[in-house]
Ligand binder design. Structure first.
Ligand code: ADP
Ligand code: ZN
Length: 652
């Protein structure tokens, strides 16, 4: 069911049709009916005159007593046709303005008391022969208030409906009109007036990805070169990578380079509470795109619509599936040489329906990862251009080394934030320390300088973080430490340690075990030093629980459970676990054993290194933040090799 067939209404498209007008019109109409009944030709008279002159004259055909029970009671007097005296009266009568019956009354007067008027009239009428009786009618006019009251339910109903629609369509869009546009695509179009001005120069790093999409750009620029040779151009390119790495930026730059219109929409924009809206939006989007071809359609977060269609009956989602089906149909409906290129971005290619990835659809994938040191340098170069006054030693290299694990979006944010920090301090230029503060802020939310932590709490936090740091320092396979701090920030983290993990994709068992020990280091330190534990380790425990279960059930790293992997990207295991209850029991036992062993090992290590633990904790209490070089000084250099690597891990 479509809310509105797409070819129905040209007038609504302009957005000039506002639903508020409907209200206005309704009310004007009500008032109009009210006022139109007033006849301007009525002559005022009085009750006294009525009885003295009009009734005896025998000209009165009918009277209407209006609103007899109300204060504004009055009488309207209708005259017999042959009693009309003047020419004007007669022509008015002919024009339906006055006179008998349906034609308006000629006289009107106000009543002081309807009952006494009626008594008086009855007395006269009882003396009158039948054929001369004056007809008496009663009429109650509705006041505006009554009228409003009678339409109120409709207005309310309309209001509720309006509100729901507004909510359903995301509460956005121009002034009004969005009810009628619910089946329209919500894509942002960058066209002639709002041309994409982004080019490949604005996209830093990502050299391989840029190289790959250049061919597509070239095709959009001069399609003939390709079609003449019968070359087939990919219809769809899937950009895969974590958020903020520049997928949208790259897609925009493609449109900017090729100078073609750019449609941008998020997958979640298709999904609505009304059945059929998603599919209708897809259809509308492609209709618009066909008109503008050659062009680029970009669908962000395509996983919102593109998730694999219901394997599981309990979770099937008709609306999403029909949207996805429509998308597939539309993609098959145009051949690549029409000049419509589809781009889509996702962080979870594994959950996408395989039909989307088939040849002729999104058959090309480009992976876009978080930038490494060099990539970050380049991104900083792009965003530093926007800051006009930089301190002498602010270099992209330096900043890149401060921000392991940051994606492009975070780097852009850090640059802006640093300028804000500097401005707040009334500086004339942005310096490295401002960037440092900006980095800290973006890692853990705003520094909470005035959050009150008792000295004892601070001590516990210091030992907790020192525990993490020591484990990282003395365990061979743990990630080397970058910095550790007990400056409270955000809501949850009271402190954190940041590590540089080794650049690798395959982890060995001992590495994961060391990782678990390091994460347990916080709680173990608390227990050793204070003999009691606190809630501060909740996050740590959650992390190792996940990791341990993964080791046992996904990576096949447990002897008893064996070389099996129950990995399921859909995480549909809520209803059916792919293993027996017995296996489940073994898994639970083995996970417990794994964590217990790791904890004992951690306690042993920290007991052995108690002296160093104290040193670091005390230094933390004094300085609140320690970098790797500080640790080198305090407890001697770390024994194991370490190379700088791109992604940092932060442990509370
Ligand atoms: P994604 O679509 O991958 O989530 P975006 O393209 O929306 O990320 O990136 C958000 C912002 O981050 C961009 O507008 C840009 O300012 C910045 N950014 C991200 N990656 C880069 C990059 N490689 N070069 C320059 N700026 C970048
Ligand atoms: Zn911790």
């Amino acid at each position: 069911m479509d809310f509105l067939p797409e070819n129905e209404e040209p007038k609504k498209k302009k957005g000039g049709f506002n639903s508020y007008w409907l209200f206005g019109l309704l009310i004007v109409a009500l008032l109009a009916t009210q006022f139109l009944t007033l006849n301007l030709n009525i002559k005022p008279t009085t009750e006294d005159e009525f009885f003295r002159k009009l009734v005896p004259s025998g000209d009165v055909a009918q009277i209407t007593i209006v609103n007899k029970d109300r204060e504004d009671a009055r009488v309207e007097v209708y005259i017999k046709e042959d009693s009309l005296k003047t020419k004007k009266q007669y022509s008015d009568f002919k024009q339906n303005k006055i006179g008998f019956a349906n034609k308006g009354p000629l006289y009107s007067f106000e009543l002081t008391s309807a009952t006494s008027f009626k008594d008086k009239l009855d007395a006269i009428q009882s003396q009158t022969p039948f054929e001369k009786l004056i007809k008496v009618k009663n009429e109650t006019q509705k006041s505006i208030f009554d009228l409003l009251l009678s339409v109120l339910p409709f207005i309310l109903l309309f209001g509720v409906w309006f509100f729901l629609m507004r909510k359903a369509s995301g509460g956005m869009g121009g002034p009004g009109g969005q009810i009628f546009n619910i089946g329209k695509s919500k894509a942002n179009l960058y066209d002639k007036d709002t041309k994409v001005s982004v080019t490949f120069d604005d996209v830093a790093g990502l050299d391989e990805a840029k190289e790959e999409v250049k061919e597509v750009v070239d095709f959009l620029k001069n399609p003939k070169k390709y079609t003449a040779l019968g070359a087939k151009i990919p219809k769809g390119v899937l950009l895969v990578g974590p958020p903020g790495t520049g997928k949208t930026l790259l897609a925009k730059a493609m449109a900017g380079e090729a100078q073609v219109p750019f449609f941008s929409i998020s997958g979640s924009d298709f999904v609505e509470m009304f059945v059929g809206v998603g599919a209708s939006r897809v259809r509308d989007l492609f209709k618009q795109a066909r008109e503008k071809a050659p062009c680029i359609i970009f669908i962000d977060e395509i996983d919102a619509v593109g998730r694999a269609r219901g394997k599981n009956m309990m979770q099937s989602n008709d609306e999403r599936e029909s949207t996805l089906n429509q998308l597939l149909v539309e993609m098959d409906g145009f051949s690549g040489d029409k000049g419509i290129i589809m781009l889509a971005a996702t962080n979870r290619p594994d959950v996408l329906d395989s039909a989307l990835l088939r040849p002729g659809r999104f058959d090309r994938q480009i992976s876009i990862d978080k930038p490494d040191q060099k990539g970050r340098e380049q991104i900083f170069k792009v965003h530093l251009k926007k800051l006009t006054k930089l301190g002498p030693n602010v270099t992209p290299e330096k900043l890149a080394s401060l921000t392991p694990g940051f994606a492009g979006a975070e780097i852009a944010n850090v640059c802006n934030e640093a300028a804000l920090v500097a401005a707040r301090k009334e500086k004339s230029q942005v310096e490295v320390e401002d960037f440092n503060e900006a980095v800290d802020r973006s890692i853990g939310g705003l520094e909470k300088k005035n959050k009150i932590i008792s000295p004892h709490e601070k001590e516990i936090i210091a030992y907790h973080e020192a525990g993490h740091a020591i484990c990282g320092w003395y365990l061979e396979h743990a990630h080397p430490l970058l910095k550790v701090t007990i400056i409270p920030r955000g809501i949850a983290a009271l402190g954190y340690a940041q590590y540089l993990p080794k650049e690798q994709y395959l982890y060995r068992t001992e590495q994961l075990l060391d990782e678990i020990c390091m994460t347990l280091g916080g709680r173990a330190a608390e227990e050793i030093v204070f003999g009691k534990i606190s809630t501060g380790a909740q996050n740590d425990l959650q992390r190792i629980t996940q990791l341990s279960y993964a080791m046992v059930t996904v990576y096949g790293m447990n002897e008893k459970v064996g070389n099996v992997s129950f990995y399921d990207p859909q995480q549909d295991t809520t209803f059916t676990k792919p293993y027996s209850d017995d296996t489940a029991k073994v898994i639970d036992e083995e996970v417990r054993k794994l964590i217990d062993t790791a904890y004992k090992r951690t306690v042993a290590l920290l007991t052995e290194k108690r002296e160093q633990l104290n040193k670091i904790a005390e230094a933390l209490l004094a300085k609140e933040i320690l970098f790797k070089s500080d640790l080198d000084e305090l407890i001697g250099k770390r024994l194991f090799d370490e190379e700088p690597v791109p992604v940092a891990i932060t442990i509370d």
